[in-house]
Design a protein around this ligand. Sequence first.
Ligand code: ZN
Length: 245
Amino acid sequence: MRFNRLIVIYIISIILVFVMGQESDSILFLVGLITALFITITIIGVSVLKYNLFIKSVCNLSGNNNEIAITFDDGPCPDRTPQILDLLARYDAKATFFCIGNKIAENKAVLSRMHNEGHSIGNHSYEHSNSFPIWSTKKMQVSIIATDKELNKIGIQESNLFRPPFGVSNNLIAKAIKTCGKQCIGWSIRTKDTVKSPEQVLRTVKRKLKPGSIILLHDTNKHVCDELEQILLYCKKQKLKPIAL
Ligand SMILES: [Zn+2]
């Protein structure tokens, strides 16, 4: 894990500052500088999965073909997710849905349709709690397993795909993901679709989309269907094929 290496580098740097016998003011300055750098790298590593500081995450598709992946978080939603499925069917596209466990039972029909139409279903924790990143590993494991069980209850075999709530990672989350036998899935295009306008979302996608991209959208975004249709049209024009992870 890169974070362990980062800690070793930090400790060695601090020791070197003292060994080199600077004046006390310089020592204080250098220790402060190194500590600030360590904290900055850690914060960036916690919030950006693609840097793989705590766990190796898939943020792009491998291979050289013209495939991309569209992913939807925080669903299913009883009204919007069926419309998303309609659009995907119309454009012959597949997608991946990172579902929240406690929404599964009440949306059984939507989940079954997702599964039957060849889309992938990933695990996005049972509660999507704001405090998930600071839970114990054990509590995270319970949440991940509970989501798999909800899928099993409606006759769907769980996948190994897991996306941490908020796309945040740390040592505890990394351990929970590994012990649950999951693969951490990130993205290469964060559209910020829950806060940006459809025009801004589309502009971001057009600027960044290339073979292998993984796009992040949300079932909970009220503009998601309009945005999805524009993205699917753009993919068609660019001869990019949306596939399920
Ligand atoms: Zn989420």
